[in-house]
Design a protein around this ligand. Structure first.
Ligand code: UDX
Length: 448
């Protein structure tokens, strides 16, 4: 099938690459000429395992093309994906200007019926706005053409995006009527082999499904972070509690890991956007507000523990920081808890020596050159002469460090672990003062 994808960002590029992989003929279009030129040279704008070989292979095979020519791109696809960004505007609601601009572009250039698919995470009601925009534009150009707008939200995780797209656990499709159903089935047929994963519904339900999924997951995390804070006050170990509740299949082991707060491009943005949507309906979403508040507070957990140990004034202190990205296997720093930590500690006068396996360039881009933030090439280099080690991201490279080396290199054997990677007793035996999240003894009676 001929497929056009507007927006070569995260969602668009991964979607396009896997569509090409299963045999569709895909044209990707973006307004950013440099991005398009780079992709043609095999330079991929994001770090995502497995994506580069797919893009290279299918660019070479001709099944994946990149262009800035919107007219040519609209002419190409029977289906037109809209996968452009929906950045939060000042009040946290999703800004639809790019989505609607693409809708207008499609209407401007189309000369035969098209199926227009919203793939970006968009507020409930967006498909109606896209429909209105296409209709208006067609009318103003005196064109009378049939089109369908479909909501087909994406559920991919950064770091596992290619796999999530190749093997989706569900394919949610919201339509206004039956007309685009067969075409959507054909499009997703290669991904729908073992059992039927397609879930058809009305567009508003499909749009809300995406928010409900992310908000539910964010709720699980904030709930566990609240339990972790409580465990500290009560002298309990949240890791025991986690295993104890996860064994109930109604709760499950997934997404109940306490930590230094969730980040990324989805959870913070989507929780905020659904709060704004609810408020727009004069409904106060008390759970979502609490989910956000708990998470914002949790990001201060590590800096507060550091200040509790070393005092409020940190001038002259240096901290080794392992892990900058909002989670492992990505270079994405959006809403990462490491950023709150860096800002808080440097504001208190500290210097940070940081290492991340992938996010060094991104950190450099965000912070520029600063005296109080040194980016080093290895995790060991961060340790030398530091007053303590802080871990913000659970990269697997950090799972089995040589604790003797850490102890030798640090001024004092103090470790702040925002991801509960180690056993407190083992570290205590090795002579470490070990602060984790919600783990009884070492942090008893401490709350943020
Ligand atoms: C998320 C959803 O998982 C995905 O389905 C959706 O399409 C987009 O948003 P992503 O943001 O890539 O994906 O990352 P995810 O793996 O979900 O992690 C999000 C954040 O939650 C990370 O900061 C992670 O560290 C944190 N997290 C996750 C926890 O703190 N505890 C957990 O138990 C799980």
């Amino acid at each position: 099938m001929k497929v056009t994808v507007f927006g070569i960002g995260y969602v668009g590029l991964v979607q396009a690459a896997v569509m090409a992989e299963v045999g569709h003929d895909v044209v990707c279009v973006d307004v950013d000429q440099t991005k398009v030129d780079n992709l043609k040279k095999g330079i991929i704008p994001i770090y995502e395992p497995g994506l580069t070989p797919l893009v290279e292979e299918h660019y070479a095979s001709g099944r994946l093309q990149f262009t800035t020519d919107a007219k040519e791109a609209v002419a190409h696809g029977d289906v037109q994906f809209i996968a452009v960004g929906t950045p939060p505007d000042e009040d946290g609601s999703a800004d639809l200007k790019y989505v609607l601009a693409v809708a207008e572009t499609i209407a401007t250039y189309m000369s035969e019926p098209k199926v227009i698919i919203t793939k970006s995470t968009v507020p409930v009601g967006t498909a109606d706005k896209v429909t209105a925009k296409v209709q208006q534009t067609l009318q103003s150009l005196n064109k009378s053409l049939a089109f369908d707008v479909v909501s087909n939200p994406e559920f991919l995780k950064e770091g596992a995006a290619v796999n999530d797209c190749m093997r989706p656990d569900r394919i949610v499709v919201g339509t206004f009527n039956e007309r685009p159903v067969d075409l959507m089935r054909e499009l997703y047929e290669p991904f729908n082999r073992n059992h039927d994963k397609m879930v058809f519904m009305d567009v508003r339900s499909a749009e809300l499904t995406k928010y409900a999924a992310n908000c539910m997951l964010a709720t699980k995390i904030s709930f566990m972070n609240e339990m972790a804070n409580l465990a500290e006050l009560l002298g309990a170990d949240i890791e025991h509690v986690r295993k104890g509740i996860g064994s109930d299949p109604r709760i499950g082991y997934h997404f109940i890991y306490p930590g230094c707060g969730y980040g990324g491009s989805c959870f913070p943005k989507d929780v905020q956007a659904l709060i704004r949507t609810s408020e727009g309906e004069q409904y106060q979403p008390k759970i979502l507000q609490a989910v956000e508040a708990v998470n914002n507070q949790q990001k201060y957990k590590l800096p507060n523990l550091v200040k509790r140990h070393f005092g409020e004034q940190l001038a002259g202190k240096t901290f080794a920081l392992w892990g900058l990205s909002f989670k492992p296997n990505t270079d994405d720093m959006r809403e990462a808890s490491s950023r709150v930590l860096i800002d808080e500690l440097t504001a208190a006068g500290a210097t940070i020596k940081a290492f991340d396996p992938e996010a060094m360039e991104e950190t450099q881009r965000i912070y520029g050159v600063r005296d109080d933030l040194e980016l080093v090439g290895t995790k060991e280099a961060a340790l030398k002469g530091a007053d303590a080690l802080i871990i913000c991201t659970e990269w697997k490279q950090f799972r089995a460090p040589d604790f003797d080396v850490i102890k030798q290199q640090l001024k004092q054997a103090v470790l702040f672990d925002g991801r509960n990677m180690f056993e407190p007793q083992r570290l205590s035996k090795k002579g470490f003062i070990y602060y984790a999240i919600g783990r009884g003894e070492t942090v008893k009676k401490v709350s943020v």
